[in-house]
Design a protein around this ligand. Sequence first.
Ligand code: ZN
Length: 135
Amino acid sequence: MNDQLRIPDERSLSQEEISLLEWLLGHKRTDVSEYRAQIPKLRVVSRCRCGCPTIDFAIGTTTREGPSQIIADAQGSSPEGVRVGVIVHVREGEISELEVYSVTGEKNVFSLPKPESLVPWLIDSTPAEIPRFHR
Ligand SMILES: [Zn+2]
């Protein structure tokens, strides 16, 4: 997390954000029930400055800043027809970020993909290289 790329945005998660997290964690072959249980406790604490729907979370009062572990990812399309990838990051044992990026890198301003458009990554492990066009 880089503060220059983030805007503070203290709020509850939208129903759409909750549905997306539930979908992402519900399509894992590995057991992520420990993280699914965190979803109702999450608050949004900041969002990406570039216009994409990437958001950062906190559970308690402290934002977790440690190294990121990717626990779920998928590809889909936004309502605007932008091909997007979504990634759930965990830091220090807490869900800390829902990252959404344009696969083509052409456009940063788009909405969250609908869960019905999503396809999980086929290999149930962290992809070696995920493009991060919006950073
Ligand atoms: Zn962004």
